[in-house]
Design a protein around this ligand. Structure first.
Ligand code: SF4
Length: 311
């Protein structure tokens, strides 16, 4: 399948249709934990005036949540806490911007889709890395190599998706071609303010018809990755009043010089929803109290705020 980042393979389709989806129906989400119940506890936010990014709520690098406090009160920017997150930010932007660029090129009737996409994406990548270097020291050569591989790989798949669609439906106009070749909504924006979340929540991708939200991550699996997707699902439900029962975290990694993609599918059930809501309330309370969280007794080594903000 093309645009492999989000398209499912044969085994994944079987697992979804024969296992995950039936299980999510047999054991439905507690209505009280659906996003459309935003005006009642426990979904109702502690505060509607302090709006938080889903990422900031879910990611727990600092034991006292001081990292979120630094971001929200001092830096007032979504600055990553670890180098891994910094790389993840860049790869996130890179992948989603490629879909946007590709759609624009299809509308413009560009024939050399792959070439043009690679050229534009490589330029944009350099700017992204330069921007990130203002906050984080990153090994540029290694990251550049990895990202360029993603660009080439992704561009080939996008181009073949467009070619396949055109070969099958040669009379499509640009609008229909974009819809058929890119059936997943990428960079979907949802207003999360009903839940005390940002007004411009950007999800990496969502398949609205099958009720799946996708999120791209780098590195190994961590529990907060699923909690983050639960946050997006709640926000989606509060805004569109449609259920989202399945989440998928797409892990993009480098393995022996090649791109490795793994997808983790799961039910966004009561447990993940409750964890997200607890974390949201806890963070809102910390930030509204206006009391600086103390420096943690044992800081994870990967936290980059140590020498600057937590002496
Ligand atoms: S250095 Fe320690 S206290 Fe400061 S944000 Fe990082 S983990 Fe928290």
């Amino acid at each position: 399948m093309v645009i492999k980042m989000y398209y499912l393979d044969h085994v994944e389709i079987k697992k979804l249709t024969k296992d995950l989806i039936p299980r999510s129906r047999e054991n439905p989400v507690d209505e009280r934990l659906r996003g459309w119940n935003w005006f009642n506890s426990p979904v109702r936010p502690y505060s509607s005036s302090l709006l938080l990014p889903v990422w900031d709520v879910a990611c727990s690098i600092c034991p006292t949540r001081r990292d979120a406090w630094i971001r929200n009160k001092i830096l007032k920017k979504s600055v990553p806490t670890t180098k891994q997150q910094a790389k993840g930010f860049i790869i996130h932007k890179l992948i989603s911007s490629m879909f946007i660029k590709a759609k624009k090129l299809v509308y413009l009737g560009e024939k050399n889709l792959k070439e043009k996409l690679i050229e534009e994406s490589k330029k944009a990548l350099k700017n992204e890395i330069e921007n990130m270097k203002k906050f984080v020291e990153i090994r540029e050569d290694e990251l550049l190599d990895f990202c360029e591989k993603i660009i080439e790989w992704q561009a080939s798949r996008i181009e073949s998706s467009v070619y396949e669609t055109t070969a099958k439906y040669p009379f499509l106009n640009e609008e229909s071609l974009v819809q058929m070749a890119f059936p997943i909504a990428t960079e979907m924006v949802v207003d999360g303010s009903l839940l005390g979340l940002s007004r411009y929540l950007r999800m990496d991708a969502a398949s609205i018809f099958s009720g799946i939200i996708f999120d791209i991550k780098l590195g190994k699996k961590e529990e907060w990755h699923r909690i983050q997707v639960a946050g997006y699902a709640l926000a989606f439900e509060s805004f569109f009043e449609r259920p989202i029962d399945i989440g998928c975290t797409v892990y993009v990694n480098y393995y022996r010089g090649n791109i490795r993609i793994e997808r983790d599918f799961y039910i966004i059930g009561d447990y993940l929803r409750s964890l997200f809501l607890e974390k949201r309330d806890e963070l809102q309370m910390i930030l509204l109290k206006d009391e600086e969280p103390r420096v943690a007794d044992r800081c994870p080594k990967i936290c980059m705020f140590k020498n600057k903000y937590c002496l």
